[in-house]
Ligand binder design. Sequence first.
Ligand code: HAM
Length: 406
Amino acid sequence: MSFKAPRGTRDIFARDAQDFSILERAASEIFRNRAFIEVRTPIFEDAGLFLRSIGQETDIVSKEMYLFEDKKGRKLALRPEGTAGIVRAFIENRFDLSFPEGKFFYGGQMFRYERPQAGRYRQFNQIGAEYFGNASPAADAEMIITAFEILETAGIKDLKIHINSLGCQNCRPLFRSELIKYFSSKTDLCSDCVNRLEKNPLRLLDCKIDSSKFSGVPAMSAFWCPDCRENFETLKGLLSSCGLSFETDDKLVRGLDYYTKTVFEIRSGQDTLAGGGRYDNLVKELGGQNTAAVGFAFGTERVISAARNSGSLNSFAQKEKVFIAIADEELFKEAFAFSIKYSKTGGVCVSGPVNGKSLTSQLKFADKIAADKTVIFAKTEFEQGKIIIKDMKNKTQSEQQLQNII
Ligand code: HAM
């Protein structure tokens, strides 16, 4: 019997795993510079939490959740995104009372039962942030700027910011009923859109199948109340004052129901790397105090892939790999101690020694693991305080004082 990683998941080794660490470290530094604090929440939560927050009619909840019951019959779900869990933690730990202006960042695995394709997995990683207690568009601007800075730091060159406002509970209902009127006259909608029309008409704007048929569709901007209009103008002004260019995008609605007012995405070519927006009602809806909030998340795999396409991340210098070999078995202990001490310098990547192998097979092994150099412990040289260094690329050899190496 042979086993394979489940469809939509993958094993991540070596350089690929290292890119995750590099990106996570760079992002957490940028977050900390802006006074965000780290939060880690469970990978599974009460399934009802996602239903209540992301929305029952969204694709994520209706089609893509990994649901299961535990031994006591509790209905649980692997988290499909981070925001709902952070809001649950924010309320449960009473931050809504003690620390309502909390700024949090997080990272980790998310799970969605989607059709796997390039940049779309069933288990994937996100890095994200949530900013509570600030209703000003300055908080929206700070989140967009922070997301952009992380993606820029990863070296991605062709970034485009798209922004829109979905309005608030005062103006969105008007837009919603205009949309229903507009779409009800269409007879050729796909089956998903027919369903959405009743339950979530805004989502029709996002339909990949029908979007070409929607010329003349009403624009949300025509329905904004004065407050939403002013917020959006302020946000644009703040982004411009920081030198960021952006596109306003009337059809940007996002795939989660909790958004109010500002929504945004950052794209590289056709790929959406990051998405987010304001969700001022969610903390209250989930049982907390009325608390404004705005956040974003990006897909770590997608960002790494875009960074590689831009030729960055690769540019992080690889450390020289050194293999420690022994020409005489009795020197194993000395070589082993040296190997540990040498690796602690952090300047090189050290492998070996291994015992019970001839020097020839140790050198073959060094070639196999693509060592740049092999340090050989041999009795005659060692007695003079020296080791042999073999350059594995051009096959030259030299001797050096052992004490000079570290
Ligand atoms: P989202 O747009 O659903 O938003 O996901 C954010 C990012 O996660 C996407 O832009 C994409 O890069 C990545 N992503 C999503 N699904 C997959 C997948 N199947 N495979 C690989 N990457 C994927 C959210 O999750 C919201 N929680 C963002 C947010 C935070 N809004 C407010 N606060």
